[in-house]
Design a protein around this ligand. Structure first.
Ligand code: HEM
Length: 308
């Protein structure tokens, strides 16, 4: 099946499982946006020709989100949080970097992702039912590691204390054409902090958004962008596999949040949109995100126009 057709099917199935919620994103439906500035450390110069990773400052928009496709879920049912960043380069190029608080994804291919949506109906209640888990474990052994992580995962204490992983590998390309596989992470300067299950149970809808706004008003809220340097043999096309912990980490720059903005809600953070000097790997899940996000973006845009 062509990827565009499969993307339609996948988004239809998300709607069937989690409900239809016009004008919202079909995943990570509820979020909050900030205007931000990114300052390069200079360490990226050896690795890429992408100007914003080499020097100076670049304007950016950030959107933090709860992962559920259903905007009416209470936030403690969405322990995985998202952080999407759009860099606006001065020459008009754009880079989107989209991360979540899990280091790996649960499927290797879009076909299996779409098939799993049929089984994953009990995810509707936040955590999967045991029987559904057993079925998934038997049918899709590559998903075991990620399902185990997600099942045990606790929500970060704040959007500001999540460690966000872009999950897929990308290539950094330098001036002599060397293509280096890397994985990006956004490390919180406030430190990584999670909620206990008891604390998570008392989180009310909107608490995360309010808490973040208060932190930003106090100033100094930032994240460090780190490129984890892959070594020979590290898988570049399989988001169900993480790389060993001991890989070299290069600090590319620092993102500082400035003020709240509504601009993020209308943006499309497609992680395959990259400037010269950064390239996608052929990871089938990464490649699938372009048509899948396009379907969701078209639908929510059309619905917003109909509402006006
Ligand atoms: C089969 C693979 C995937 C599918 C079908 C999928 C689907 C979607 C859809 C439909 C949206 C809403 C897009 C929009 O309306 O703008 C979305 C948003 C999002 N996804 Fe995925 N996704 C996939 C994989 C991933 C992976 C691997 C990550 C982890 C990095 C991820 C993280 C996010 C985040 C953080 C958002 C919110 C972005 C924003 O704030 O605009 N997704 N996803």
């Amino acid at each position: 099946m062509a990827q565009e057709k499969l993307a339609e099917t996948a988004v239809n199935k998300i709607e069937k499982t989690f409900g239809e919620h016009p004008t919202y994103r079909r995943a990570h439906s509820r979020g909050t946006g900030y205007d931000a500035v990114f300052t390069a450390t200079g360490e990226g110069k050896a690795w890429t020709v992408a100007p914003h990773f080499r020097e100076g400052t670049t304007e950016a928009i950030v959107r933090f989100s709860h992962s559920s496709p259903d905007p009416f879920w209470t936030d403690n049912l969405s322990p995985v949080k998202g952080m999407a960043v759009q860099f606006k380069l001065p020459d008009g190029q754009v880079m989107n970097s989209v991360g979540v608080t899990s280091p790996i994804f649960f499927t290797r291919t879009p076909e299996v992702f779409t098939e799993m949506l049929d089984i994953a109906k009990s995810f509707k209640k936040g955590r999967p039912r045991l029987w559904d888990l057993i079925t998934l474990f038997i049918k899709y052994p590559e998903s075991r590691a990620s399902i185990r992580i997600i099942r045990k995962m606790q929500s970060p204490a704040s959007f500001a204390t999540g460690l966000y992983h872009a999950i897929h590998a990308f290539y950094l390309v330098n001036g002599v054409g060397k293509r280096q596989p890397v994985k990006f992470q956004w490390q919180p300067e406030a430190g990584v902090e999670s909620l206990t299950p008891a604390q998570a149970a008392s989180v009310e809808k909107g608490d995360f958004e309010k808490e973040l706004e208060e932190r930003v008003l106090k100033g100094k809220l930032g994240f460090r962008l780190v490129a984890v340097i892959g070594e020979a043999g590290d898988p570049v096309g399989d988001p169900t596999k993480d790389w060993p912990d001991d890989r070299e980490k290069v600090e590319i720059g620092r993102l500082q949040l400035r003020k709240k903005t509504d601009e993020a809600e209308d943006l499309l953070f497609d992680p395959t949109v990259l400037p010269e000097g950064i390239e996608c790997t052929d990871d089938p899940i990464l490649q699938f995100r372009n048509p899948a996000y396009a379907v969701s973006y078209q639908r929510r845009n059309m619905e917003k126009q109909q509402k006006r």
